[in-house]
Design a protein around this ligand. Structure first.
Ligand code: NAD
Length: 473
């Protein structure tokens, strides 16, 4: 029944035909025109975006401006400025064995593409990849998250107002609709979401050997070493952890701290937290900077995780105030005793930070390496030697030294995971490349070519040539 209820093959065919008859031949300025349409709409309607996000999970207008609107406009501006360079064919050198040929790499769009978005930055993580897809010259079908219905609706309204569905279309809905979309032979799928669903996406894509970008989550580590400024570290963490109320793919999931500075650091963290969000439970709850947990299902999941941890090895430092009606869990910091702690076992994706002490750096590195590679590793240390040692002995999609979360805002850095935290990269040129086929073009000269020297039938001279070529490698 489900497969019959939703069938998007007509939309797919429409986009495929448009791609083959129009987009494949069009000049770059036409892509720029499409990007400008998005920019103009956003510039005209920032309040609609803020309103939708507030209705969805009380996200503050300031955070919407910083994390939903600014990165999208930034992504468009970068593409508008650099698209010509990104798209330039690249001439490549010629090896001795192919003398006489000329070779280059040309960038061509992949074709009909699908973008599937999550709920936690529901506007930016939906429109960001659409920008990369358009910049690379593709058609796009976008499936926003159903968990943030006001933003989902607004995205649909925006896309339908500025695009014909043969260029860019929005399909709203949940699992059933997404599964129906995944039954089609896309030329690329860009998915942002959980590793669990990422596996489903990859399995479905395998039916047509469709290429995928998987921007997934994970258990991001913060490593605070002895040699660091504790006040500055605490301030950056109080912001980085509770931004979007901890519902961010780059949010610190656990904090490892040298046992000798743990007590002093916790004092600083309490101080910085109060400075940013307030002192008393009601004051903190009323602080408009703090979003709510997205829905009751996630709220219950996080509360259960905290309760389970407290019944095992957890100790509250501050927080853990709740309001079931509002899906409100106040920013919570707790200490745990070991990596067996329940809260250490999963991606928290909410306003809770567990702190675990370590005795020496090697032990901290071992703890990080026993968790699958994360999207982000944060290192707090003033020692270059320590920074280098940690980087050389660990793996992560992104790493920030002496801060958290800000790597997402860098337009010239690739953003993505490694292993279980994802494959492929987003942002700027790297996002453009995900939606691009780097096509190799080799032009042979017309008559005598060097490769003819090794065609059969073989003889003594040809054997010598083959020996020379292979020996030279
Ligand atoms: P999710 O995987 O539950 O959902 C993402 C999308 O997949 C949604 O559009 C949803 O409708 C669809 N979906 C859900 N179940 C499906 C199924 N069974 N079959 C087909 N489609 C399905 O993720 P979420 O809860 O929206 O987002 C949170 C996760 O995303 C976290 O793990 C977080 O770390 C990760 N994330 C990663 C990044 C990144 O850039 N790497 C950014 C944001 C969030």
């Amino acid at each position: 029944m489900s497969q019959q209820r939703f069938d998007y093959s007509d939309l797919f065919k429409l986009q495929k035909q448009h791609f083959e008859t129009v987009l494949q031949q069009e000049r770059l300025y036409a892509r720029k025109e499409r990007l400008l349409k998005i920019k103009r709409w956003i510039k005209k309607h920032p309040d609609l975006i803020k309103e939708a996000l507030y209705k969805d999970f009380q996200k503050s207008p300031q955070e919407v401006a910083i994390s939903e609107i600014k990165p999208v406009i930034g992504e468009i501006n970068t593409a508008l400025k650099k698209l010509r360079d990104w798209n330039q064919p690249q001439n490549v050198g010629t090896p001795l064995t192919l003398i006489g040929t000329r070779a280059k790499v040309v960038k061509e769009p992949k074709g009909v593409t699908l973008v599937i978005a999550p709920w936690n930055f529901p506007f930016m993580l939906a429109i960001g990849p659409v920008i990369s897809a358009i910049a690379a010259g593709n058609t796009v079908v976008l499936k926003p998250s159903e968990m943030t219905p006001h933003t989902e609706q607004l995205i649909q309204q925006m896309i339908e107002a500025i695009f014909d569905k043969k260029e860019v279309a929005v399909i709203t809905g949940g699992i059933e609709e997404t599964q129906a979309l995944l039954a089609l032979p896309w030329n690329h799928i860009f998915f942002t979401g959980s590793p669990q669903v990422g596996k489903i996406i990859m399995q479905k894509a395998a039916n047509y050997l469709t290429s995928v970008t998987l921007e997934l989550g994970g258990r991001n580590a913060v490593l605070v070493t002895k040699n660091t400024n504790l006040r500055a570290t605490a301030k950056k963490l109080a912001w980085g952890k509770f931004f979007n109320n901890g519902q961010s793919c780059v949010s610190p999931n656990y904090l490892l701290i040298d046992s000798s500075i743990k007590a002093a650091f916790i004092d600083e963290l309490k101080y910085e937290f109060v400075e940013m969000y307030g002192n008393y439970p009601e004051e903190i709850k009323a602080n408009p900077a703090l979003a709510r947990v997205v829905n009751n299902k996630h709220y219950k999941r996080i509360c259960k995780l905290v309760d389970h941890t407290l019944s095992e090895d957890g100790n509250i430092i501050f927080g853990n105030h709740r309001d079931n009606e509002e899906n409100y869990l106040s920013p919570t910091v707790l200490t745990i005793k070991s990596t067996d702690s329940p809260i250490f076992q999963e991606e928290i994706f909410g306003p809770v930070l567990p702190i675990l002490e370590y005795k020496n750096l090697d032990q901290a590195i071992e703890i990080i390496n026993n968790v699958e590679p994360a999207l982000a590793l944060y290192i707090f240390s003033n020692s270059k030697k320590t920074q280098k040692k940690i980087i050389r002995n660990t793996s992560a999609g992104t790493t920030v030294i002496n801060d958290t979360t800000i790597q997402f805002a860098h337009p010239n850095l690739p953003f993505g995971g490694v292993g279980m935290s994802g494959m492929g990269k987003a942002h700027g040129y790297f996002g453009f490349l995900e939606f691009t086929n780097q096509r190799a073009i080799l032009k042979q000269r017309k008559k005598l070519t060097t490769s003819q020297l090794i065609y059969p039938k073989y003889n003594a001279i040809k054997n010598l040539i083959i020996k020379y070529i292979t020996w030279n490698e």
